[in-house]
Design a protein. Structure first.
Length: 125
């Protein structure tokens, strides 16, 4: 379960998204699906603590957020905020069963591409 993550400036990400929307550019299968504008932004989401949380979820497979809170030693309110952030970036999914919500880690390992030359080749700047 490895996520391929790209890091490039916001302006280039915007141009890339617009090129895709206009049909001018077709992303390749081997390209990152998740993009960040800087290593700082990436580090805020994929901190050591959050990577450990993803791996704990994958290993222990908690049935509820409350169970995950107990396993991780984190308060539910703080944990819920973290899970929503991880979900918004595509690293976590939620399975709803009745009134329960089961958090599921989608990735536990990460490959990060920060090569500006490689990013620039996606489309003409």
């Amino acid at each position: 379960m490895k996520a391929l993550i790209g890091v490039m400036p916001e302006e280039i990400i915007r141009k890339r998204v617009l090129s895709i929307a206009k049909g001018e550019y077709q992303p390749q299968e081997c390209e990152p699906k998740v993009w960040f504008t800087s290593m700082i932004a990436l580090a805020q989401v994929l901190s050591n603590e959050n990577i450990a949380l993803l791996r704990l979820m994958d290993k222990q497979k908690p049935e509820t957020i409350s169970e995950l809170a107990a396993l991780s030693g984190r308060h539910i309110s703080n944990l819920s905020t973290t899970l929503k952030t991880l979900n918004s970036h595509g690293f976590v999914d939620f399975e709803k069963t009745g009134r329960s919500v089961k958090p599921k880690a989608l990735f536990t390992d990460f490959e990060i591409i920060v090569d500006q030359q490689m990013n620039a080749r996606f489309f003409a700047a």
